[in-house]
Ligand binder design. Structure first.
Ligand SMILES: NC(=O)c1ccc[n+]([C@@H]2O[C@H](COP(=O)([O-])OP(=O)(O)OC[C@H]3O[C@@H](n4cnc5c(N)ncnc54)[C@H](O)[C@@H]3O)[C@@H](O)[C@H]2O)c1
Ligand SMILES: O=C(O)C[C@H](O)C(=O)O
Ligand SMILES: [Mn+2]
Length: 546
Protein backbone atom coordinates (compact mmCIF):
# COMPACT_ATOMS: atom_id res chain seq x y z
CA UNK A 1 0.00 0.00 0.00
CA UNK A 2 1.33 3.39 -0.86
CA UNK A 3 0.97 6.16 1.71
CA UNK A 4 -1.11 8.25 -0.69
CA UNK A 5 -4.52 7.19 -1.90
CA UNK A 6 -4.78 7.16 -5.65
CA UNK A 7 -6.76 10.10 -6.97
CA UNK A 8 -10.28 9.12 -7.86
CA UNK A 9 -12.35 9.85 -10.93
CA UNK A 10 -15.52 9.94 -8.80
CA UNK A 11 -17.17 13.27 -7.96
CA UNK A 12 -15.78 14.35 -4.56
CA UNK A 13 -19.01 13.87 -2.63
CA UNK A 14 -19.45 10.32 -3.97
CA UNK A 15 -15.90 9.24 -3.23
CA UNK A 16 -15.89 7.82 0.30
CA UNK A 17 -12.10 7.69 0.46
CA UNK A 18 -11.51 11.38 -0.17
CA UNK A 19 -14.84 12.80 0.84
CA UNK A 20 -14.75 15.45 3.56
CA UNK A 21 -18.29 16.70 3.08
CA UNK A 22 -18.78 19.85 5.17
CA UNK A 23 -15.07 19.84 6.05
CA UNK A 24 -14.10 20.85 2.51
CA UNK A 25 -12.78 24.40 2.84
CA UNK A 26 -14.16 27.14 0.60
CA UNK A 27 -10.95 27.01 -1.39
CA UNK A 28 -11.32 23.25 -1.88
CA UNK A 29 -14.98 23.67 -2.84
CA UNK A 30 -13.93 26.19 -5.52
CA UNK A 31 -11.37 23.75 -6.86
CA UNK A 32 -13.36 20.53 -6.73
CA UNK A 33 -16.68 21.91 -7.92
CA UNK A 34 -18.63 21.34 -4.71
CA UNK A 35 -19.52 25.01 -4.07
CA UNK A 36 -23.24 25.13 -3.55
CA UNK A 37 -23.45 21.35 -3.29
CA UNK A 38 -22.73 21.73 0.41
CA UNK A 39 -24.29 23.99 3.04
CA UNK A 40 -22.38 27.15 3.95
CA UNK A 41 -20.74 25.91 7.15
CA UNK A 42 -17.16 24.68 6.99
CA UNK A 43 -16.73 22.18 9.80
CA UNK A 44 -13.94 20.30 11.55
CA UNK A 45 -13.85 16.53 11.70
CA UNK A 46 -14.63 16.74 15.42
CA UNK A 47 -17.77 18.78 14.73
CA UNK A 48 -18.85 16.26 12.09
CA UNK A 49 -18.32 13.47 14.61
CA UNK A 50 -20.50 15.31 17.11
CA UNK A 51 -23.33 15.17 14.57
CA UNK A 52 -22.85 11.45 13.91
CA UNK A 53 -22.89 10.74 17.64
CA UNK A 54 -26.12 12.70 17.97
CA UNK A 55 -27.62 10.74 15.08
CA UNK A 56 -26.56 7.43 16.64
CA UNK A 57 -28.09 8.42 19.97
CA UNK A 58 -31.37 9.09 18.23
CA UNK A 59 -31.56 5.52 16.84
CA UNK A 60 -33.61 3.02 18.77
CA UNK A 61 -31.44 -0.09 18.47
CA UNK A 62 -27.96 -1.29 17.54
CA UNK A 63 -28.97 -2.71 14.16
CA UNK A 64 -30.11 0.78 13.14
CA UNK A 65 -26.82 2.15 14.47
CA UNK A 66 -24.97 -0.51 12.46
CA UNK A 67 -26.81 0.52 9.30
CA UNK A 68 -26.17 4.19 9.93
CA UNK A 69 -22.45 3.59 10.45
CA UNK A 70 -22.26 1.28 7.47
CA UNK A 71 -23.83 3.98 5.33
CA UNK A 72 -21.29 6.44 6.72
CA UNK A 73 -18.41 4.09 5.83
CA UNK A 74 -19.59 4.19 2.22
CA UNK A 75 -19.98 7.97 2.26
CA UNK A 76 -17.03 9.27 4.27
CA UNK A 77 -14.45 6.67 5.29
CA UNK A 78 -12.39 9.06 7.44
CA UNK A 79 -15.37 10.16 9.51
CA UNK A 80 -16.49 6.53 9.90
CA UNK A 81 -13.12 5.48 11.35
CA UNK A 82 -12.92 8.67 13.44
CA UNK A 83 -16.19 7.72 15.13
CA UNK A 84 -15.46 4.02 15.58
CA UNK A 85 -11.91 4.60 16.83
CA UNK A 86 -13.05 7.31 19.25
CA UNK A 87 -14.71 4.73 21.50
CA UNK A 88 -13.99 1.08 20.58
CA UNK A 89 -15.71 -0.33 23.65
CA UNK A 90 -18.93 1.28 22.50
CA UNK A 91 -18.62 0.83 18.76
CA UNK A 92 -17.03 -2.60 18.25
CA UNK A 93 -20.23 -4.37 19.37
CA UNK A 94 -22.15 -2.20 16.90
CA UNK A 95 -20.01 -2.46 13.78
CA UNK A 96 -19.06 -6.03 14.64
CA UNK A 97 -20.19 -8.95 16.79
CA UNK A 98 -22.94 -9.29 18.06
CA UNK A 99 -24.84 -6.70 15.95
CA UNK A 100 -23.31 -7.89 12.69
CA UNK A 101 -25.03 -11.25 13.24
CA UNK A 102 -28.45 -9.56 12.97
CA UNK A 103 -27.27 -7.69 9.89
CA UNK A 104 -26.00 -10.88 8.21
CA UNK A 105 -29.22 -12.77 8.86
CA UNK A 106 -31.10 -10.10 6.91
CA UNK A 107 -28.28 -9.00 4.62
CA UNK A 108 -30.23 -9.67 1.42
CA UNK A 109 -33.14 -7.57 2.67
CA UNK A 110 -31.08 -4.71 4.15
CA UNK A 111 -28.91 -4.59 1.00
CA UNK A 112 -28.49 -1.13 -0.57
CA UNK A 113 -25.06 -0.51 -2.08
CA UNK A 114 -22.82 -3.51 -2.75
CA UNK A 115 -19.64 -3.81 -0.71
CA UNK A 116 -16.71 -6.14 -1.34
CA UNK A 117 -16.14 -8.49 -4.25
CA UNK A 118 -18.57 -11.31 -5.04
CA UNK A 119 -16.86 -14.23 -6.71
CA UNK A 120 -19.47 -16.66 -7.85
CA UNK A 121 -18.83 -20.28 -8.80
CA UNK A 122 -20.44 -19.26 -12.06
CA UNK A 123 -17.24 -17.25 -12.70
CA UNK A 124 -15.09 -20.39 -12.64
CA UNK A 125 -12.45 -20.02 -15.32
CA UNK A 126 -12.72 -16.20 -15.22
CA UNK A 127 -11.57 -15.43 -11.69
CA UNK A 128 -8.67 -13.22 -12.76
CA UNK A 129 -10.92 -11.03 -14.93
CA UNK A 130 -13.39 -10.58 -12.07
CA UNK A 131 -10.64 -9.72 -9.61
CA UNK A 132 -9.29 -7.12 -12.00
CA UNK A 133 -12.62 -5.25 -11.72
CA UNK A 134 -11.72 -4.23 -8.17
CA UNK A 135 -10.76 -0.53 -8.31
CA UNK A 136 -7.75 -0.70 -5.95
CA UNK A 137 -4.74 -2.23 -7.70
CA UNK A 138 -2.45 -2.71 -4.71
CA UNK A 139 -4.46 -5.18 -2.65
CA UNK A 140 -2.65 -6.37 0.50
CA UNK A 141 -5.32 -8.38 2.30
CA UNK A 142 -8.31 -10.29 1.04
CA UNK A 143 -10.67 -11.51 3.74
CA UNK A 144 -12.65 -14.29 2.09
CA UNK A 145 -15.64 -16.22 3.37
CA UNK A 146 -17.83 -18.83 1.69
CA UNK A 147 -20.65 -17.92 4.05
CA UNK A 148 -20.69 -21.63 4.99
CA UNK A 149 -20.42 -21.07 8.78
CA UNK A 150 -21.09 -17.47 9.70
CA UNK A 151 -20.54 -17.05 13.46
CA UNK A 152 -22.83 -19.66 15.03
CA UNK A 153 -25.56 -18.95 12.46
CA UNK A 154 -24.70 -21.83 10.14
CA UNK A 155 -24.66 -21.57 6.35
CA UNK A 156 -26.10 -18.25 5.19
CA UNK A 157 -24.47 -18.19 1.76
CA UNK A 158 -24.02 -14.78 0.16
CA UNK A 159 -25.54 -13.09 3.24
CA UNK A 160 -22.15 -13.76 4.82
CA UNK A 161 -20.58 -10.76 3.04
CA UNK A 162 -21.11 -8.71 6.22
CA UNK A 163 -18.32 -10.66 7.90
CA UNK A 164 -15.37 -9.96 5.53
CA UNK A 165 -16.48 -6.32 5.37
CA UNK A 166 -16.63 -6.10 9.18
CA UNK A 167 -13.40 -8.03 9.82
CA UNK A 168 -11.46 -5.71 7.51
CA UNK A 169 -12.95 -2.64 9.17
CA UNK A 170 -11.42 -4.02 12.36
CA UNK A 171 -7.97 -4.16 10.68
CA UNK A 172 -8.15 -0.39 10.60
CA UNK A 173 -10.16 0.31 13.75
CA UNK A 174 -8.14 -2.06 16.00
CA UNK A 175 -4.68 -1.90 14.42
CA UNK A 176 -4.57 1.27 12.30
CA UNK A 177 -3.91 -0.58 9.05
CA UNK A 178 -4.64 1.80 6.15
CA UNK A 179 -7.97 0.75 4.62
CA UNK A 180 -7.19 1.13 0.94
CA UNK A 181 -5.48 -2.21 0.31
CA UNK A 182 -8.20 -4.28 1.99
CA UNK A 183 -10.63 -6.33 -0.10
CA UNK A 184 -13.65 -8.11 1.42
CA UNK A 185 -14.64 -11.14 -0.65
CA UNK A 186 -17.56 -13.53 -0.66
CA UNK A 187 -16.94 -16.74 -2.51
CA UNK A 188 -20.45 -17.54 -3.63
CA UNK A 189 -20.43 -21.32 -3.93
CA UNK A 190 -24.17 -21.76 -3.32
CA UNK A 191 -25.79 -22.61 -0.02
CA UNK A 192 -27.45 -25.42 1.86
CA UNK A 193 -29.84 -22.87 3.38
CA UNK A 194 -33.20 -23.70 1.83
CA UNK A 195 -34.93 -20.77 3.51
CA UNK A 196 -32.62 -18.37 1.70
CA UNK A 197 -32.87 -20.25 -1.59
CA UNK A 198 -36.64 -19.88 -1.33
CA UNK A 199 -36.45 -16.18 -0.44
CA UNK A 200 -37.24 -14.12 -3.56
CA UNK A 201 -34.91 -11.40 -2.23
CA UNK A 202 -31.91 -13.73 -1.80
CA UNK A 203 -28.90 -12.38 -3.71
CA UNK A 204 -26.62 -15.40 -4.04
CA UNK A 205 -26.39 -18.55 -6.16
CA UNK A 206 -29.46 -20.73 -5.64
CA UNK A 207 -27.74 -24.09 -5.73
CA UNK A 208 -26.10 -26.59 -3.40
CA UNK A 209 -22.36 -26.09 -2.75
CA UNK A 210 -20.00 -28.16 -4.93
CA UNK A 211 -17.97 -31.21 -3.89
CA UNK A 212 -14.81 -30.46 -1.95
CA UNK A 213 -12.72 -31.33 -5.03
CA UNK A 214 -14.58 -28.78 -7.14
CA UNK A 215 -14.38 -26.21 -4.35
CA UNK A 216 -10.65 -26.75 -3.96
CA UNK A 217 -10.11 -26.34 -7.71
CA UNK A 218 -12.04 -23.04 -7.57
CA UNK A 219 -9.98 -21.81 -4.62
CA UNK A 220 -6.81 -22.90 -6.47
CA UNK A 221 -7.87 -20.67 -9.36
CA UNK A 222 -8.48 -17.81 -6.93
CA UNK A 223 -5.09 -18.27 -5.28
CA UNK A 224 -3.31 -18.31 -8.65
CA UNK A 225 -5.13 -15.13 -9.75
CA UNK A 226 -4.27 -13.37 -6.50
CA UNK A 227 -0.63 -14.27 -6.86
CA UNK A 228 -0.55 -12.85 -10.37
CA UNK A 229 -2.50 -9.66 -9.72
CA UNK A 230 -1.54 -8.89 -6.13
CA UNK A 231 1.79 -10.57 -5.37
CA UNK A 232 1.99 -8.99 -1.88
CA UNK A 233 -1.49 -10.03 -0.86
CA UNK A 234 -2.29 -12.09 2.24
CA UNK A 235 -5.36 -14.31 2.08
CA UNK A 236 -7.40 -14.29 5.29
CA UNK A 237 -9.93 -17.14 5.48
CA UNK A 238 -12.95 -16.41 7.66
CA UNK A 239 -16.11 -18.29 8.57
CA UNK A 240 -15.94 -21.26 6.23
CA UNK A 241 -17.66 -24.54 6.98
CA UNK A 242 -15.43 -26.27 9.56
CA UNK A 243 -13.96 -29.05 7.41
CA UNK A 244 -13.42 -26.69 4.45
CA UNK A 245 -11.62 -24.31 6.81
CA UNK A 246 -9.27 -26.99 8.14
CA UNK A 247 -8.62 -28.56 4.73
CA UNK A 248 -7.94 -25.28 2.92
CA UNK A 249 -5.58 -23.98 5.59
CA UNK A 250 -3.59 -27.21 5.42
CA UNK A 251 -3.55 -26.94 1.61
CA UNK A 252 -2.12 -23.41 1.46
CA UNK A 253 -0.40 -22.54 4.73
CA UNK A 254 3.08 -23.60 3.58
CA UNK A 255 2.64 -22.39 0.01
CA UNK A 256 1.25 -18.88 0.22
CA UNK A 257 0.85 -15.97 2.61
CA UNK A 258 -2.42 -16.85 4.34
CA UNK A 259 -4.09 -17.63 7.64
CA UNK A 260 -7.42 -18.80 8.97
CA UNK A 261 -8.69 -16.51 11.70
CA UNK A 262 -11.20 -19.00 13.14
CA UNK A 263 -8.46 -21.59 13.53
CA UNK A 264 -5.37 -19.54 14.36
CA UNK A 265 -6.73 -16.20 15.62
CA UNK A 266 -9.20 -17.92 17.93
CA UNK A 267 -6.47 -20.22 19.22
CA UNK A 268 -4.25 -17.25 20.05
CA UNK A 269 -6.88 -15.29 21.97
CA UNK A 270 -7.91 -18.40 23.89
CA UNK A 271 -4.29 -19.09 24.83
CA UNK A 272 -3.93 -15.45 25.92
CA UNK A 273 -7.00 -15.90 28.15
CA UNK A 274 -5.67 -19.19 29.54
CA UNK A 275 -2.35 -17.52 30.26
CA UNK A 276 -3.96 -14.80 32.40
CA UNK A 277 -6.45 -17.22 33.99
CA UNK A 278 -3.64 -19.58 34.99
CA UNK A 279 -1.57 -16.74 36.39
CA UNK A 280 -4.58 -15.87 38.57
CA UNK A 281 -4.86 -19.56 39.60
CA UNK A 282 -1.07 -19.80 40.06
CA UNK A 283 -0.86 -22.92 37.88
CA UNK A 284 0.94 -24.03 34.71
CA UNK A 285 -0.70 -25.00 31.42
CA UNK A 286 0.74 -28.52 31.66
CA UNK A 287 -1.15 -29.10 34.91
CA UNK A 288 -4.53 -28.55 33.20
CA UNK A 289 -7.13 -31.00 31.93
CA UNK A 290 -8.89 -29.19 29.11
CA UNK A 291 -12.25 -30.30 27.75
CA UNK A 292 -13.55 -28.86 24.49
CA UNK A 293 -17.24 -28.79 23.75
CA UNK A 294 -17.14 -28.47 19.96
CA UNK A 295 -14.39 -29.97 17.77
CA UNK A 296 -14.66 -28.00 14.53
CA UNK A 297 -12.38 -25.35 13.07
CA UNK A 298 -12.18 -23.30 16.27
CA UNK A 299 -11.92 -26.29 18.65
CA UNK A 300 -9.28 -28.10 16.61
CA UNK A 301 -7.38 -24.85 16.03
CA UNK A 302 -7.25 -24.04 19.74
CA UNK A 303 -6.39 -27.62 20.70
CA UNK A 304 -3.48 -27.81 18.26
CA UNK A 305 -2.04 -24.51 19.36
CA UNK A 306 -2.32 -25.55 23.02
CA UNK A 307 -0.35 -28.67 22.07
CA UNK A 308 2.38 -26.43 20.58
CA UNK A 309 2.37 -24.25 23.72
CA UNK A 310 2.66 -27.38 25.91
CA UNK A 311 5.53 -28.64 23.79
CA UNK A 312 7.21 -25.30 24.44
CA UNK A 313 6.75 -26.12 28.18
CA UNK A 314 8.71 -29.33 27.56
CA UNK A 315 5.95 -31.93 27.03
CA UNK A 316 6.08 -34.51 24.25
CA UNK A 317 3.37 -34.26 21.60
CA UNK A 318 1.64 -37.36 23.01
CA UNK A 319 1.69 -36.05 26.58
CA UNK A 320 0.49 -32.66 25.37
CA UNK A 321 -2.45 -34.20 23.51
CA UNK A 322 -3.28 -36.25 26.60
CA UNK A 323 -4.13 -32.98 28.44
CA UNK A 324 -6.95 -32.38 25.94
CA UNK A 325 -10.32 -34.11 25.51
CA UNK A 326 -12.95 -33.12 22.99
CA UNK A 327 -16.66 -33.56 22.39
CA UNK A 328 -18.60 -32.80 19.27
CA UNK A 329 -22.20 -33.15 18.19
CA UNK A 330 -21.85 -36.95 18.19
CA UNK A 331 -20.36 -37.17 21.66
CA UNK A 332 -16.98 -37.59 23.31
CA UNK A 333 -14.11 -38.11 20.89
CA UNK A 334 -12.77 -41.57 21.76
CA UNK A 335 -11.30 -44.41 19.71
CA UNK A 336 -14.53 -46.37 19.13
CA UNK A 337 -15.92 -43.44 17.10
CA UNK A 338 -16.03 -44.25 13.39
CA UNK A 339 -16.81 -40.72 12.19
CA UNK A 340 -13.66 -38.87 13.26
CA UNK A 341 -11.59 -36.84 10.84
CA UNK A 342 -7.78 -36.99 11.04
CA UNK A 343 -7.56 -33.72 13.04
CA UNK A 344 -9.93 -35.16 15.65
CA UNK A 345 -8.46 -38.68 15.77
CA UNK A 346 -5.27 -37.51 17.49
CA UNK A 347 -7.40 -36.38 20.46
CA UNK A 348 -9.27 -39.70 20.79
CA UNK A 349 -8.30 -41.04 24.24
CA UNK A 350 -9.70 -44.24 25.76
CA UNK A 351 -12.93 -43.46 27.55
CA UNK A 352 -16.47 -44.87 27.59
CA UNK A 353 -18.60 -43.43 24.81
CA UNK A 354 -20.92 -40.64 25.96
CA UNK A 355 -22.99 -37.87 24.45
CA UNK A 356 -23.61 -36.24 27.79
CA UNK A 357 -21.35 -33.29 28.61
CA UNK A 358 -22.20 -33.41 32.35
CA UNK A 359 -21.17 -37.07 32.46
CA UNK A 360 -17.93 -36.28 30.60
CA UNK A 361 -17.17 -33.46 33.03
CA UNK A 362 -17.78 -35.76 36.01
CA UNK A 363 -15.36 -38.40 34.77
CA UNK A 364 -12.68 -36.30 33.03
CA UNK A 365 -12.70 -33.64 35.79
CA UNK A 366 -11.50 -30.81 33.56
CA UNK A 367 -9.93 -27.70 35.03
CA UNK A 368 -10.78 -25.80 31.83
CA UNK A 369 -13.99 -26.06 29.78
CA UNK A 370 -14.06 -24.42 26.36
CA UNK A 371 -17.28 -24.06 24.35
CA UNK A 372 -16.98 -23.71 20.58
CA UNK A 373 -20.08 -25.72 19.69
CA UNK A 374 -22.64 -23.16 18.46
CA UNK A 375 -24.94 -24.94 20.94
CA UNK A 376 -26.63 -22.25 23.02
CA UNK A 377 -27.05 -23.31 26.63
CA UNK A 378 -24.80 -26.38 26.24
CA UNK A 379 -23.16 -25.48 29.58
CA UNK A 380 -26.12 -26.42 31.72
CA UNK A 381 -26.45 -25.72 35.42
CA UNK A 382 -25.34 -29.31 36.11
CA UNK A 383 -22.25 -28.92 33.92
CA UNK A 384 -21.22 -25.61 35.47
CA UNK A 385 -21.96 -26.71 39.04
CA UNK A 386 -19.89 -29.86 38.46
CA UNK A 387 -17.00 -27.70 37.22
CA UNK A 388 -17.39 -25.65 40.44
CA UNK A 389 -17.36 -28.76 42.61
CA UNK A 390 -14.12 -30.01 41.00
CA UNK A 391 -12.28 -26.67 40.86
CA UNK A 392 -11.69 -23.82 43.22
CA UNK A 393 -11.50 -21.47 40.21
CA UNK A 394 -13.06 -23.21 37.22
CA UNK A 395 -12.01 -21.77 33.87
CA UNK A 396 -15.11 -21.59 31.70
CA UNK A 397 -14.94 -20.09 28.21
CA UNK A 398 -18.25 -20.00 26.32
CA UNK A 399 -16.91 -18.81 22.99
CA UNK A 400 -19.76 -19.46 20.56
CA UNK A 401 -21.11 -16.34 18.85
CA UNK A 402 -23.27 -14.35 18.71
CA UNK A 403 -24.71 -13.73 22.19
CA UNK A 404 -27.63 -16.11 21.88
CA UNK A 405 -25.34 -19.00 20.85
CA UNK A 406 -23.05 -18.77 23.90
CA UNK A 407 -22.86 -22.07 25.80
CA UNK A 408 -23.85 -20.14 28.95
CA UNK A 409 -24.17 -16.52 29.95
CA UNK A 410 -21.78 -14.68 32.27
CA UNK A 411 -24.53 -14.40 34.85
CA UNK A 412 -25.11 -18.18 34.80
CA UNK A 413 -21.38 -18.97 34.99
CA UNK A 414 -20.93 -16.73 38.03
CA UNK A 415 -24.17 -17.66 39.78
CA UNK A 416 -23.61 -21.42 39.43
CA UNK A 417 -20.02 -21.18 40.67
CA UNK A 418 -20.69 -18.69 43.50
CA UNK A 419 -18.67 -16.11 41.59
CA UNK A 420 -15.57 -18.34 41.39
CA UNK A 421 -15.51 -18.91 37.62
CA UNK A 422 -12.79 -17.37 35.48
CA UNK A 423 -15.21 -16.73 32.66
CA UNK A 424 -14.94 -15.41 29.12
CA UNK A 425 -17.29 -15.37 26.15
CA UNK A 426 -16.97 -14.46 22.48
CA UNK A 427 -19.08 -11.35 23.04
CA UNK A 428 -18.86 -8.86 25.87
CA UNK A 429 -21.42 -9.67 28.52
CA UNK A 430 -22.33 -6.98 31.04
CA UNK A 431 -20.84 -6.95 34.52
CA UNK A 432 -22.58 -9.19 37.01
CA UNK A 433 -23.11 -8.27 40.65
CA UNK A 434 -23.21 -11.23 42.99
CA UNK A 435 -23.36 -10.97 46.78
CA UNK A 436 -22.35 -7.31 46.54
CA UNK A 437 -19.30 -8.06 44.38
CA UNK A 438 -19.04 -6.87 40.78
CA UNK A 439 -17.57 -9.38 38.34
CA UNK A 440 -16.38 -8.38 34.87
CA UNK A 441 -16.53 -11.15 32.26
CA UNK A 442 -13.78 -11.39 29.67
CA UNK A 443 -14.32 -11.15 25.94
CA UNK A 444 -12.30 -13.88 24.25
CA UNK A 445 -12.68 -12.74 20.69
CA UNK A 446 -10.13 -13.10 17.93
CA UNK A 447 -10.44 -9.35 17.20
CA UNK A 448 -7.65 -8.86 19.76
CA UNK A 449 -5.34 -10.92 17.56
CA UNK A 450 -5.94 -10.88 13.80
CA UNK A 451 -5.64 -7.09 13.26
CA UNK A 452 -2.34 -7.07 15.18
CA UNK A 453 -1.00 -10.04 13.24
CA UNK A 454 -2.09 -8.41 9.99
CA UNK A 455 -0.34 -5.15 10.91
CA UNK A 456 2.91 -7.01 11.61
CA UNK A 457 2.60 -9.05 8.42
CA UNK A 458 1.91 -5.96 6.32
CA UNK A 459 4.70 -3.90 7.86
CA UNK A 460 7.34 -6.64 7.54
CA UNK A 461 6.01 -7.98 4.23
CA UNK A 462 6.22 -11.43 5.77
CA UNK A 463 6.51 -14.34 3.35
CA UNK A 464 4.47 -16.77 5.47
CA UNK A 465 2.42 -16.73 8.66
CA UNK A 466 3.45 -19.44 11.10
CA UNK A 467 1.81 -20.65 14.30
CA UNK A 468 4.74 -19.06 16.18
CA UNK A 469 3.41 -15.70 15.01
CA UNK A 470 0.07 -16.42 16.65
CA UNK A 471 1.71 -17.75 19.83
CA UNK A 472 3.74 -14.56 20.01
CA UNK A 473 0.55 -12.51 19.57
CA UNK A 474 -1.10 -14.51 22.36
CA UNK A 475 1.83 -13.90 24.68
CA UNK A 476 1.98 -10.19 23.84
CA UNK A 477 -1.77 -9.80 24.43
CA UNK A 478 -1.66 -11.56 27.81
CA UNK A 479 1.38 -9.54 28.90
CA UNK A 480 -0.65 -6.38 28.49
CA UNK A 481 -3.13 -7.37 31.18
CA UNK A 482 -1.69 -5.58 34.20
CA UNK A 483 -1.22 -7.14 37.63
CA UNK A 484 -3.95 -4.85 38.95
CA UNK A 485 -6.36 -5.94 36.21
CA UNK A 486 -5.57 -9.60 36.95
CA UNK A 487 -6.23 -8.97 40.63
CA UNK A 488 -9.73 -7.93 39.57
CA UNK A 489 -10.11 -11.16 37.58
CA UNK A 490 -9.70 -9.51 34.16
CA UNK A 491 -8.47 -11.97 31.56
CA UNK A 492 -8.00 -9.65 28.57
CA UNK A 493 -6.92 -6.05 28.03
CA UNK A 494 -9.85 -3.63 28.18
CA UNK A 495 -11.54 -2.95 24.83
CA UNK A 496 -11.08 0.79 25.24
CA UNK A 497 -7.32 0.22 24.87
CA UNK A 498 -7.60 -2.13 21.90
CA UNK A 499 -5.72 0.06 19.42
CA UNK A 500 -2.70 0.67 21.69
CA UNK A 501 -2.69 -2.99 22.75
CA UNK A 502 -2.73 -4.31 19.19
CA UNK A 503 -0.03 -1.92 18.00
CA UNK A 504 2.16 -3.13 20.88
CA UNK A 505 1.33 -6.73 19.97
CA UNK A 506 2.13 -6.06 16.32
CA UNK A 507 5.53 -4.64 17.25
CA UNK A 508 6.39 -7.85 19.14
CA UNK A 509 5.06 -10.01 16.32
CA UNK A 510 7.06 -7.98 13.78
CA UNK A 511 10.20 -8.62 15.84
CA UNK A 512 9.43 -12.31 15.78
CA UNK A 513 8.95 -12.20 11.99
CA UNK A 514 12.31 -10.44 11.56
CA UNK A 515 14.01 -12.98 13.85
CA UNK A 516 12.52 -15.92 11.96
CA UNK A 517 13.88 -14.62 8.65
CA UNK A 518 10.43 -14.38 7.07
CA UNK A 519 10.43 -10.59 6.63
CA UNK A 520 11.01 -9.14 3.18
CA UNK A 521 12.01 -5.66 4.30
CA UNK A 522 15.19 -4.74 6.15
CA UNK A 523 14.89 -4.70 9.93
CA UNK A 524 14.61 -1.08 11.10
CA UNK A 525 16.84 0.31 13.81
CA UNK A 526 13.93 1.54 15.86
CA UNK A 527 11.03 -0.81 15.32
CA UNK A 528 8.62 1.26 17.42
CA UNK A 529 9.15 4.48 15.45
CA UNK A 530 9.09 2.52 12.21
CA UNK A 531 5.73 0.95 13.06
CA UNK A 532 4.20 4.19 14.36
CA UNK A 533 5.09 5.92 11.08
CA UNK A 534 3.04 3.39 9.11
CA UNK A 535 -0.20 3.74 11.05
CA UNK A 536 -3.43 5.08 9.62
CA UNK A 537 -4.94 8.02 11.45
CA UNK A 538 -8.54 9.02 10.89
CA UNK A 539 -7.81 12.64 10.02
CA UNK A 540 -8.22 14.73 6.87
CA UNK A 541 -4.52 14.67 6.05
CA UNK A 542 -2.76 14.95 2.73
CA UNK A 543 -2.85 11.14 2.49
CA UNK A 544 -6.57 11.25 1.82
CA UNK A 545 -6.75 14.74 0.33
CA UNK A 546 -8.16 15.17 -3.15
N1 LIG B 1 -14.84 -16.13 20.28
C1 LIG B 1 -14.19 -16.24 19.15
O1 LIG B 1 -13.24 -15.51 18.87
C2 LIG B 1 -14.60 -17.30 18.18
C3 LIG B 1 -13.76 -17.64 17.11
C4 LIG B 1 -14.13 -18.63 16.21
C5 LIG B 1 -15.34 -19.27 16.36
N2 LIG B 1 -16.15 -18.89 17.39
C6 LIG B 1 -17.46 -19.52 17.54
O2 LIG B 1 -17.31 -20.89 17.78
C7 LIG B 1 -18.40 -21.60 17.22
C8 LIG B 1 -17.87 -22.78 16.42
O3 LIG B 1 -17.07 -22.34 15.37
P1 LIG B 1 -16.29 -23.40 14.47
O4 LIG B 1 -15.58 -22.63 13.43
O5 LIG B 1 -15.51 -24.34 15.29
O6 LIG B 1 -17.53 -24.16 13.82
P2 LIG B 1 -17.57 -25.62 13.22
O7 LIG B 1 -18.85 -25.76 12.54
O8 LIG B 1 -16.29 -25.91 12.51
O9 LIG B 1 -17.57 -26.55 14.53
C9 LIG B 1 -18.64 -26.68 15.42
C10 LIG B 1 -18.36 -27.88 16.30
O10 LIG B 1 -19.37 -27.95 17.31
C11 LIG B 1 -19.91 -29.25 17.34
N3 LIG B 1 -21.30 -29.17 17.79
C12 LIG B 1 -22.37 -28.70 17.13
N4 LIG B 1 -23.49 -28.86 17.88
C13 LIG B 1 -23.08 -29.44 19.02
C14 LIG B 1 -23.76 -29.89 20.17
N5 LIG B 1 -25.08 -29.78 20.28
N6 LIG B 1 -23.03 -30.47 21.15
C15 LIG B 1 -21.69 -30.61 21.05
N7 LIG B 1 -21.00 -30.21 19.98
C16 LIG B 1 -21.69 -29.64 18.98
C17 LIG B 1 -19.79 -29.77 15.91
O11 LIG B 1 -19.87 -31.19 15.88
C18 LIG B 1 -18.42 -29.21 15.54
O12 LIG B 1 -17.41 -30.07 16.05
C19 LIG B 1 -19.21 -20.58 16.43
O13 LIG B 1 -20.34 -20.20 17.17
C20 LIG B 1 -18.29 -19.40 16.29
O14 LIG B 1 -19.00 -18.18 16.30
C21 LIG B 1 -15.81 -17.93 18.28
O1 LIG C 1 -16.49 -13.05 14.47
C1 LIG C 1 -16.31 -13.18 15.70
O2 LIG C 1 -16.83 -12.42 16.54
C2 LIG C 1 -15.38 -14.24 16.18
C3 LIG C 1 -15.20 -15.39 15.31
O3 LIG C 1 -14.41 -15.13 14.19
C4 LIG C 1 -16.45 -16.13 14.96
O4 LIG C 1 -16.52 -16.67 13.85
O5 LIG C 1 -17.33 -16.22 15.82
MN1 LIG D 1 -15.03 -16.10 12.43
Amino acid sequence: MTSDRTASSLPPLLDAVHNRETAFTNEERHKNGTLGLLPDAVETLDRQMERVLWQLDSKSNDLERFLHLNGLSQRNETLFFKVVMSDPKRFLPIVYDPTIADACLQYNRLFERPQGLYLSLRHKGHVKEILANWPEKDVRFICVSSGGRILGLGDIGANGMGIPVGKLQLYTACAAIPPQGLMPMLLDIGTTNQKLIDDPLYLGLRQAPPSSDELDAFVDELVAAIQELYPHCCLHFEDWKGDDAIRLLARYRDKILCYNDDIQGTAAITIAGLDTALSIKGEALKEQRILFYGAGSAGIGIANMIVSALQDEGLSETDARACISMMDINGLIEPSRQDLNPSQKVFAHFHAATKDLAEAVKSIKPTVLIGVSTNAGGFTEEVVRTMASINDKPVIFALSNPTDKAECTAEQAYRWTDGRALFAAGVQFDDVTLNGKTLTPGQANNFYIFPAVALAVWATQARRITDEVFLEAAKATAEQVTAEQRAHGLLFPPQKDVLRVEINTAIKVARQIFNSGLAQVPEPEDIVDWMEAKLYRPEYTSANRQ
